[in-house]
Design a protein around this ligand. Structure first.
Ligand SMILES: Cc1cc2nc3c(=O)[nH]c(=O)nc-3n(C[C@H](O)[C@H](O)[C@H](O)COP(=O)(O)O)c2cc1C
Length: 306
């Protein structure tokens, strides 16, 4: 492997390499830990947490599409206390950064969870204001700049010294508006993109394929949207970006970094190949090495505009 420094800095948190796993696609790491040492990852964005346990939405809640999947899982999770008591100690066995992902029904709920998670010592808190699959909170906060700012401000106030990363929705006309609102309210970093709302219909039964009618699209189909949005946001704000959406190989990750991301997350691609993040990491090092860089961080923001 080329001699390239892989470590990157994301809002003061040093990741040993720029590849993390995306929230909701890696559970709390237990299943994947059977495949490899989770310490190989730059970081782990844990499954989205809510203040109280949630069953999630009724099945069917996953459907395939030509270039990705539609999901309407709806934040099934054991609640923040169970995460802190049972899952965080497990994740702490590995030499990697743990990023907790939270969704609230109200700004106050975000605040309570930030306080608990900061006290529990997670490395970073990812504030999800972009889940398309829940009725309350979620997407409502992520599509209105004022609400996005309010949630960010409350999260920051309760997170102590733990960095807060706000996860943005692509389901908006101008993502830079929300990005600026979160940055101005004190966000330490931004992550994007969450899934894009979509729908499939079974022509024979004439019913939507998902029980919730619509779901969030992820996987290779969304990569160009993610690259465009990371590029737009990188020009609009001065805080670091965790880029995601459709990453399946090193070149995909390199596109997000050139567009302005400091690190990248792999999500849907894990379902086909759990080793994807490690392959992406190695391939990123190769791409950076071939381009004469001594560090992968040298890719960040390196796109050459026409
Ligand atoms: C099954 C599934 C569950 C997800 N759950 C969450 C979640 O709990 N919190 C969150 O912020 N994003 C969630 N996401 C969004 C991913 O973290 C990621 O932003 C999105 O899927 C785009 O990346 P990808 O194309 O690599 O999957 C989920 C995605 C999938 C496919």
């Amino acid at each position: 492997m080329p001699d390239v420094n892989l470590s990157v800095n994301l809002a003061g948190v040093t990741l040993k390499n720029p590849v993390v796993v995306a929230s909701g696609t890696f559970g709390f790491g237990r299943e994947y830990s059977q495949f490899y040492d989770l310490g190989e990852l730059g970081g782990i964005c844990a499954k989205g947490l809510t203040l109280h346990p949630r069953e999630g939405n009724p099945a069917p809640r996953i459907a395939e599409t030509p270039m990705g999947i539609l999901n309407s899982v709806g934040l099934q999770n054991p609640g923040v206390d169970a995460f802190i008591g049972e899952e965080l100690p497990f994740l702490r066995r590995f030499d990697t950064k743990v990023i907790a992902n939270i969704s609230g029904n109200t700004p106050e709920e975000y605040g309570i969870m930030c306080e608990k998670l900061s006290a529990a010592g997670v490395d970073m808190i990812e504030v999800n204001i972009s889940c398309p699959n829940v009725k309350a909170g979620g997407l409502a906060y992520g599509t209105r700049p004022k609400l996005a700012a309010e949630v960010t401000e409350v999260a920051k106030r309760h997170a102590g010294s733990t960095p807060v990363m706000v996860k943005l929705s692509p389901n908006v006309t101008d993502i830079t508006e929300i990005a600026r609102a979160a940055a101005d309210a004190g966000a330490d970093a931004l992550s994007l993109i969450n899934t894009i709302r979509g729908m499939r219909i079974d022509v024979n039964t004439r019913r939507p394929v998902l029980k919730m009618n619509t779901g969030g699209l992820s996987g290779p189909a969304v990569l160009p949207v993610a690259v465009r949005m990371v590029w737009e946001v990188a020009q609009a704000v001065d805080i670091p970006i965790l880029g995601m959406g459709g990453v399946a190989k090193g070149e995909d990750a390199a596109q997000l970094m050139l567009a302005g991301a400091s690190a990248v997350a792999v999500g849907t691609a894990l379902f086909a190949d759990p080793f994807t993040p490690l392959k992406v990491r190695d391939s990123l090092a190769e791409i950076a090495g071939k381009q004469g860089l001594s560090a992968v961080s040298g890719l960040t923001g390196g796109v050459k505009p026409w």
